[in-house]
Design a protein around this ligand. Structure first.
Ligand SMILES: C[S@@+](CC[C@H](N)C(=O)[O-])C[C@H]1O[C@@H](n2cnc3c(N)ncnc32)[C@H](O)[C@@H]1O
Length: 274
């Protein structure tokens, strides 16, 4: 069957949606590593977050940075990427499309760096809260949680924190089960065992953070006003807390204390969200 490109044109720039590729099929297009469903959600949010303050983690070739630049026309946007090699396509795009320098990419920064990330946010936004944060970087539990804990308190009430592709581990599980079912000669089982032996320190899946957020939204609705989860996309809308969430923990009854203990990891997260 012929390939039909999935395109989205914003303000004269054509984005080709290719979640599993890093380059477009035509030179004049910009590759956006997002599927149609996630792209449509960002299109829905465009009006609400016009001229806003934005932070992005995970730049790769810069398709999403260029997309957010055109879609939201941010007042200020900073983006972080672990690789310390600037990508010329996005740098050229920004020098042409953002002559005022409202958008800055910081190459060679780990999303979980608790010294550098806050310092660069302070430099970009001063004492202003942020409106919109997108984490499409490591998709690993520890760094994603560290970034969430650092940045969620810096969102303004009503602001959005997006976690992309949190379900990758589980999609892998599905692929592994299917491969085992079709493994008539035992070759996949042999390769799987060898790979598992090499990779003994695999971390817990990022979905644990999503589960924690679900519990937190029930426990602290004043902090998390809304959670939207669709496929691997999770959106957390910040509420307007009037008190510190930990206050409730010290005045609870014995029976609710028992329930609390069962969801202890969540309290650990919120103890740090102050
Ligand atoms: C899925 S790609 C980002 C795609 C991009 N947002 C887009 O839609 O076009 C993930 C990127 O995150 C970066 N990354 C991985 N771990 C990171 C970390 N700990 N801190 C910052 N960036 C990281 C990777 O180098 C990679 O370029």
């Amino acid at each position: 069957m012929d390939y039909l490109p999935d395109l989205e044109t914003i303000d004269g720039v054509t984005f080709e949606l290719r979640p599993h590729h890093r380059t477009p099929t035509k030179k004049q297009w910009t590759c956006l590593r997002k599927n149609r469903s996630i792209t449509n959600r960002y299109l829905e949010l465009a009006e609400e977050f016009q001229r806003s303050r934005i932070v992005e983690f995970g730049v790769d070739q810069g398709g999403s940075t260029s997309f957010f630049a055109k879609l939201f026309q941010p007042e200020k946007m900073i983006a972080f990427e672990l690789s310390d090699e600037p990508v010329s396509t996005v740098m050229d795009f920004l020098s042409e499309q953002d002559p005022e320098g409202r958008i800055n990419i910081h190459w060679g920064v780990n999303q979980a760096d608790q010294a550098v990330v806050p310092r660069l946010l302070d430099r970009a936004f001063g004492s202003h809260a942020v409106d919109f944060i997108v984490d499409d970087a490591s998709h690993l539990l520890a760094p994603s949680t560290a970034t969430f804990e650092m940045l969620f308190p810096r969102l303004r009430p009503g602001g959005l924190y997006v976690l992309e592709d949190w379900s990758g581990d589980h999609l892998d599980e599905l692929a592994i089960v299917t491969a085992f079912m079709n493994d008539t000669d035992g070759e996949f089982a042999r390769r799987f065992r060898a790979a598992a032996l090499q990779n003994t320190n695999r971390s817990k899946p990022m979905s644990l953070l999503i589960c924690q957020l679900v519990v937190a939204s029930g426990r602290n609705p004043d902090w998390i006003a809304e959670l939207r989860i669709r496929g691997g996309y999770c959106e957390v809308r910040r509420g307007a807390p009037t008190s510190r969430p930990t206050h409730r923990l010290v005045t609870i009854s014995a029976s609710s204390a028992k329930r609390c203990l069962r969801s202890r990891p969540m309290h650990a997260l919120f103890l740090r969200l102050r």
